[in-house]
Design a protein around this ligand. Structure first.
Ligand code: EPZ
Length: 420
């Protein structure tokens, strides 16, 4: 277990290079299972979630070769089992997206109900219902599922809720099915587009990715290919907010501002000063910033993964702002820690909180509840007066590579300790 000791209120400025997108890499990596030919993926982020996904794939028999920094070759020609390691799968909710490619290639897969963040129920009914519609049968065991399909056939699938991994799982299963699959009410995230582009470059026939209606014409064979993971928009937005409240100015390199349009329009309304280029954002300390209500929505709306960092920003703005988390029912679990640091936030219900700002924050002993709340509390500690100790930093490591080194390069006083 690791903790951070942070001494706050250092003026933060300098350059940050954005990593490859965690939530894209976690899908394009298992998509290599759809072919017995080798694939190469670059710009894979060096984070714990990826390490677990690679371990799961190697346990199945995938030969993974590190070609260069963050660049791997995947050889899925020798997969020798269809049971996903239950201990590893429990650590990674995204292990769910192994079902689609394993079902499409081998006709069978067994895995436990996935684990992941404690941000809500995290059901997988959308995934399982879709696989049944595509012709699969599900055997429920004590704490795992075996899903079998001798042949997947195209179907019309209308999820009751926009599900990112649900959309991606269906795409991967339908890619090698017989006939045409239509997803009505698909997720539009950049990770969905990146997955479809990678699969299309390997012989798949997917149209409409990035829109609510995606059509997948099943093909007989998907070949190997090469791709580079898109930049992590959530990491870019997180460091943007750090720049806005951190007292200095921060240049965010290797990002794609086009994936943050709605987020940036909120920043405009709040009065954050920044400039943007094709692959860069430069954010400046912005003294007179105004509170603004925010509602999270599926892409292209305001991202739920930036909800917690946004709340930190609101604690430093003049006025009252409503934070409305519509995607998950457990994603405001960090508010109590912020109030302990001096914020003035009223929790209305599991989905809404009201922030009264600005309030000075003071350093405290904190425990990180999950990836995104964890990074938000790190930002809070960086702007707080005095010293903070943040436990459970292992959760933040799931989504942010070399975070302490990158923060130190901006002038932050943050030291990582192993505590047991
Ligand atoms: C993906 O999670 C991301 N994870 C999440 O990022 C992100 O917060 C989320 O999408 C929403 O944008 C990955 O891509 C690995 P959902 P996912 O299925 O796909 C309900 C992070 O910190 N639902 O889009 O698991 C669900 O309860 C993580 O990087 C069902 O009802 O989320 C939620 O209310 C956290 N049944 C809503 O849909 C299902 O079968 C959206 O969930 C699936 C989902």
């Amino acid at each position: 277990m690791y903790q951070y000791i942070i001494n706050g209120r250092k003026k933060l400025s300098g350059q940050i290079d954005i990593s490859g997108d965690k939530n894209t890499a976690l899908k394009i990596i298992p998509s290599t299972i759809l072919s017995s030919e080798k694939s190469i993926i670059s710009n894979i982020p060096d984070i714990t979630d990826i390490k677990i996904m690679l371990e799961i794939m190697e346990d199945l028999g995938v030969i993974i070769t590190l070609l260069d920094s963050q660049k791997y070759e995947f050889d899925c020609s020798n997969i020798h089992k269809t049971v996903i390691d239950p201990i590893l799968a429990k650590k990674l909710r995204a292990s769910t997206v192994l079902i689609g490619p394993m079902l499409a290639r081998f006709g069978e897969v067994t895995l436990p109900h996935p684990g992941g963040c404690i941000i809500g129920q995290r059901p997988i009914d959308i995934h399982l219902d879709a696989f049944v519609k595509l012709g699969a049968k599900i055997e429920y065991h004590e704490d795992s599922y075996t899903i079998k399909a001798s042949q997947l056939s195209g179907a019309k699938i209308s999820p009751h809720t926009v599900s990112v991994t649900g959309t991606e799982n269906i795409i991967m299963a339908a890619a090698l099915s017989q006939g045409t699959t239509t997803i009505e009410y698909a997720a539009c995230e950049p990770s969905v587009i990146a997955l479809a582009d990678f699969l299309n470059s390997r012989g798949a026939k997917i149209s409409g990715a990035g829109s609510p209606r995606i059509i997948i014409e099943g093909v007989d064979k998907i070949i190997g290919g090469q791709t580079t993971t898109i930049p992590d928009r959530i990491e870019a937005g997180t460091f943007f907010i750090l720049g806005a409240v951190g007292g200095g100015d921060i240049t965010i390199n290797n990002c794609d501002p086009n994936h943050l349009e709605v987020f940036l329009s909120f920043m405009d309304q709040i009065g954050i000063k920044y400039t943007r280029d094709q692959h860069q954002l430069h954010v400046y300390h912005s003294p007179d910033i105004k509170a603004k209500n925010m509602v999270t929505n599926p892409y292209p709306g305001f991202p739920t993964d930036l909800q917690a960092p946004y709340t930190i920003l609101m604690t430093q703005t003049k006025g009252l702002s409503m934070i409305h988390e519509t995607i998950f029912e457990g994603r405001l679990n960090y508010v109590e820690w912020l109030n302990k640091m001096g914020a003035n936030i009223v929790s209305c219900d599991p989905h809404r909180a009201i922030v009264f700002g600005p309030t000075p924050l003071s350093g405290k002993k904190i425990v990180s509840p999950d990836i995104r709340a964890g990074i938000a509390l790190v930002i809070a500690a960086l702007i707080a007066e005095g010293q903070s100790q943040i436990d459970n930093i292992d959760l933040v490591d799931r989504g942010y590579a070399n975070l302490d080194e990158r923060l130190q390069s901006l002038g932050a006083s943050v030291v990582r300790h192993q505590i047991n």
